[in-house]
Design a protein around this ligand. Structure first.
Ligand code: NDP
Length: 381
């Protein structure tokens, strides 16, 4: 029986995880679940799974959670220590909180020796070196859930990266793949979150539309697989069937294919090193018919260029990139800025910064907080 903690249990990845673990009650035991503020959904999940601990990030919601869980035997809690406790009490933690808020519990899980199924890409973007060093020191497995990195993980098998010439991340191109900059400027939040292939949370859907998602994934891949920026390429593949590829030094490329359903990479991480069945529709290549590929356009999608430059510059710029992007995306979703302004705000945040490389998680949090404050002020001005 694998003990599972699900951080971000009420979100898109969290719900897909629950869908899978609830199908195999003899194999998985959900011990802890967490959410930001959605008490009703969290209490429902905690009751259904008979979790031991439910953590709500918003302290004002604790009394409501306590009331909703009265008599169930599930303890309700709030605060950073409770979130850390949730992350550390399992054999495997599904890290599916969105944004930098998910970083600290991931680090706590690694320090406690808990296997991490990592959906929260922002953890590696901001604190990748610190986390991977800690994971190596403690021999903790980080299992990538992001479909591209999971695809690479599957293609590599037990090989290390010595024989790898390059990693090729596929990108759907998002809902605005064929739009001009002028057309993009007029796009609403509803249009930006309407991803053509994947059903995901709002923030990552907007990141897909700007292609910042692929930029963040480039940085994530660098940390997971230890390859430099120049050995990680991006190719646009609108059908989202090939989830990524590995090219070896002999010129051979291996790819992982599947339908656009996050339950497949999630199942891979949950069952690893074994496999588990999923209810996902099977891929019928004859029905798909055509798989196409094209080079990304850094002019219309400047986020790609910004992310690569941040990765190549130093360890602090990816933190600035990520924090400014989170604020800009939230401002776009709130109707405060237009779509093309998202990347422009990130670019401004990256100009003339002079911060030392982080040597601890506290350094990461300080750079993150300062960037958020500065970007919010600029947007409000
Ligand atoms: P959602 O927005 O759907 O869900 C986010 C979850 O995190 C919710 O449970 C939410 O709780 C919780 N949460 C949000 N803010 C905080 C906070 N400050 N503190 C604690 N908990 C918080 O996100 P997704 O499931 O789409 O994405 C989760 C992560 O996985 C992201 O990092 C994303 O980039 C990554 N990812 C997602 C994919 C997808 O298909 N969705 C694919 C690959 C990666 P509440 O419901 O109460 O708000």
């Amino acid at each position: 029986m694998k003990r599972i903690a699900i951080l971000g249990a009420t979100g898109s990845v969290g719900s897909s995880t629950l869908d899978l673990v609830e199908r195999e009650p003899d194999r998985f035991n959900v011990v802890a679940v967490t959410a930001a503020s959605n008490v009703e959904a969290l209490a429902d999940v905690a009751r259904r799974t008979h979790a031991e601990l439910a953590v709500i990030a918003d302290p004002r919601k604790l009394p409501a959670l306590e009331a909703a869980l009265a008599g169930t035997g599930c303890r309700a809690a709030t605060g950073d220590a409770a979130l850390d406790e949730a992350a550390c009490m399992a054999d495997l933690v599904m890290a599916a909180i969105v944004g930098t808020a998910g970083m600290k519990p991931v680090m706590s899980a690694i320090k406690a020796g808990v296997t991490v199924a990592l959906a929260n890409k922002e953890s590696l973007v901001t604190a990748g070196s610190l986390m991977m060093d800690e994971a190596r020191r403690r021999n903790v497995a980080i299992l990538p859930v992001d479909s591209e990195h999971n695809a690479i993980f599957q293609c590599l098998g037990s090989r290390d990266c010595n024989d790898v010439a390059r990693l090729i991340l596929t990108a759907s191109g998002g809902p605005f793949r064929t739009k001009s900059v002028e057309e993009m400027a007029a796009m609403s939040p509803a249009q930006a979150v309407a991803h053509p292939n994947w059903s995901m949370g709002a923030k990552i859907s907007v990141d897909s539309a700007t292609m910042m998602n692929k930029g963040l994934e480039l940085i994530e891949a660098h940390h997971l697989y230890g390859l430099p920026s120049e050995q990680i390429d991006i190719v646009v593949h609108p059908q989202s069937i090939v989830h990524s590829l590995v090219e070896f030094i002999d010129g051979s490329q291996l790819a992982q294919l599947g339908p656009s359903d996050m339950r497949i990479p999630i199942a891979h991480a949950l069952a690893y090193p074994e496999r588990m069945e999923t209810p996902c529709e099977r891929l019928d290549l004859a029905k798909v018919g055509e798989l196409t590929f094209e080079a990304p356009d850094p002019e219309r999608f400047p986020a790609l260029r910004l992310a690569r430059a941040a990765l190549e510059a130093d360890a602090s710029r990816p933190i600035v990139l990520n924090a400014a992007n989170e604020i800009a995306v939230a401002s776009f979703l709130d109707g405060k800025i237009g779509f093309v302004e998202i990347a422009a705000r990130v670019e401004t945040a990256l100009e003339k910064i002079d911060v030392a490389a982080p040597t601890s998680i506290d350094d990461v949090i300080a750079i993150d907080a300062e960037t958020r404050a500065r970007t919010s002020e600029r947007i409000a001005a």
